[in-house]
Design a protein around this ligand. Structure first.
Ligand code: HEM
Length: 493
């Protein structure tokens, strides 16, 4: 193009009015989008053709089932379960933008995936967790040998003798928690929001048992570390429900990014300080990679403890049975004594209550694996590059596995009921290669706290949340309360 021709081009542009310019922009964008779609369809034609054979909702052109995510994090699980009901006990697929997700529908499919070494890697969604605070720790590690070594090191911290030594700490913090809750309650109505105080207590327990450090979170409700941890979780939730921000470059443009980075550096600094102090004390005994994972452990047990208390408040008959069991266990010796390991092992009924709570409110309601190579699952060839997402609720509310699944019934976990079910019918701790390493720790901690609280107080429904279905939970990587967890607290006489 000659210089004079260019000049005349710009002169012509000047006289094009705004509407025509807008039209040109819209047309160009549409053409670019069309070319992107065509390019994507060509390079992914095998994935697309295999996906067509898998049952699942059709979704919308290009965006697939994106509207399910745009419904917000509170509706996410309900929406997935609603779609799942249309596909009964079989797996189904859903496209979200260019990502293919497959949701297994029965315990057999789940076992086949979780025990398959070729499906050891976590789903791509976990990149969000590694980019926030998880780094390459045990939870997100993608290299099998590295993960195996890390797992061995972290497992050493969960040996029986170690776990046993944690019980007095669990009890001490649980006693402190009961005092905090009592002081926090409204003295006229006895109403109390229990989730924040429980979160502080479990944080303190993790600090003392895993790092040997007192955060003093129970005494300092506005802890910088916790506040920033909560913000990071919010950012994870935001990225998962606005999946274009899963792309790291696009996330750079989001308003969350700056605050995310500040929170991330505060958390890292805090952990590094702790680790340095601890390393000096314990001469490098602690494996620093494992520590990034512990914060999520405290969140999960906090949710489970709060939900157990909430369900006991709403089921007085079950609460009475828990109390009866505790009175029997503590009938010998000082009735106010701390629990021993043996006492906790005798709390069979309480264990069933906690398991039933985890069935209703699995703290990790979604977790996933990456399909590295084409793999047959449930009779369908699943294309490489897709993600398998386990939605525990699909299994936990299956009436073939749990009769009257909506009912809160600890007898779902009677030994004979468990024996008659497939072992992968209960998924709060996942299973197979990468199951929860903190499962025994969590169970001892939850039993210690719930038993200590029930020994001190009678819990009943709060007017702020009169029915179990009024409890609002949202998805933030783990499940989290939308507006707290309210019950009434009365001292036992
Ligand atoms: C009720 C409490 C808990 C629940 C429901 C829970 C649940 C889970 C689940 C579902 C996974 C697998 C996630 C996946 O596959 O992506 C997991 C892994 C893990 N959990 Fe837990 N967890 C709990 C408590 C804890 C505690 C207390 C700790 C540590 C103190 C912990 C440490 C870990 C670690 C390190 C992993 C990664 C294991 C690996 O990839 O090898 N968890 N947890």
């Amino acid at each position: 193009m000659q210089l004079n021709e260019m000049v005349s081009f710009w002169q012509v542009s000047d006289i094009i009015n705004d509407t025509s310019l807008n039209n040109i922009i819209v047309i160009h964008t549409a053409v670019i989008l069309f070319l992107v779609v065509v390019y994507y369809k060509i390079v992914s034609r095998r994935k697309i053709s295999l996906a067509k054979r898998i049952p699942g909702p059709d979704g919308f052109f290009f965006v697939g089932m994106l509207p399910v995510l745009l419904g917000g994090p509170e509706k996410l699980l309900k929406n997935i379960l609603k779609i799942g009901r249309k596909f009964e006990n079989t797996l189904f697929k859903a496209w979200i933008l260019d990502q293919l997700y497959v949701f297994p529908g029965n315990p057999e499919e789940i076992e086949a995936i979780l025990t398959n070494p070729n499906m050891f890697n976590k789903a791509k969604l976990y990149n969000v967790a590694s980019e926030s605070i998880m780094g390459d720790g045990l939870f997100t590690n993608r290299v099998f040998d590295e993960w195996k070594n890390n797992r061995k090191l972290v497992a050493a911290g969960f040996k029986f003798s170690m776990l046993k030594s944690f019980i007095p700490i669990f009890y001490e913090e649980a006693k402190f928690l009961s005092q905090v809750l009592y002081e926090k309650r409204d003295s006229n109505t006895n109403e109390c929001e229990i989730s924040c105080a429980i979160g502080m207590a479990t944080m303190e327990m993790i600090g003392r048992t895993a790092l040997g450090v007192k955060f003093n979170t129970q005494k300092n409700a506005k802890h910088e570390f916790l506040e920033n941890l909560h913000f990071i979780q919010k950012a994870v939730e935001y990225r998962v429900t606005h999946p274009w921000f899963l792309n790291r470059s696009l996330f750079q443009l989001s308003t969350y990014k700056r605050k995310h980075d500040i929170s991330q550096s505060i958390i890292y600094r805090f952990i590094e300080d702790l680790v340095q102090r601890k390393k000096t004390e314990l001469k490098n005994r602690i494996n620093s990679q494992g520590e990034h994972n512990e914060e999520w452990g405290q969140d999960t047990t906090a949710l489970a403890i709060a939900c157990s208390i909430f369900m006991l408040a709403h089921h007085q008959d079950i609460q009475n049975k828990v109390l009866e069991e505790l009175l029997t266990i503590f009938s010998t010796g000082d009735p106010d004594r701390p629990p021993t390991y043996e006492d906790l092992q005798k709390m069979d009924y309480l264990e069933r209550v906690i398991k039933e709570t985890l069935r209703h409110f699995p703290p990790f309601p979604l977790f996933g694996r990456n399909v590295e190579k084409e793999t047959v699952i449930g009779g369908y060839l699943i294309p490489a590059g897709s993600s398998v997402i386990f939605c525990s609720g699909r299994i936990h509310f299956n009436a073939n596995l749990y009769p009257e699944p909506e009912k809160f019934n600890p007898d779902h976990f009677l030994p004979e009921a468990c024996r008659s079910r497939h072992p992968y019918s209960f998924l709060p701790f996942s299973g197979g290669y990468r199951n929860c390493i903190g499962m025994k720790y969590a169970m001892l901690q939850m039993k210690s706290v719930v038993s200590t609280l029930v020994r001190s107080y009678r819990f009943s429904p709060s007017d702020k949340c009169p029915k179990p279905e009024n409890l609002r939970l949202t998805y933030a990587g783990t499940q989290a309360f939308v507006d707290g967890c309210y019950v009434k607290i009365e001292e036992r006489v």
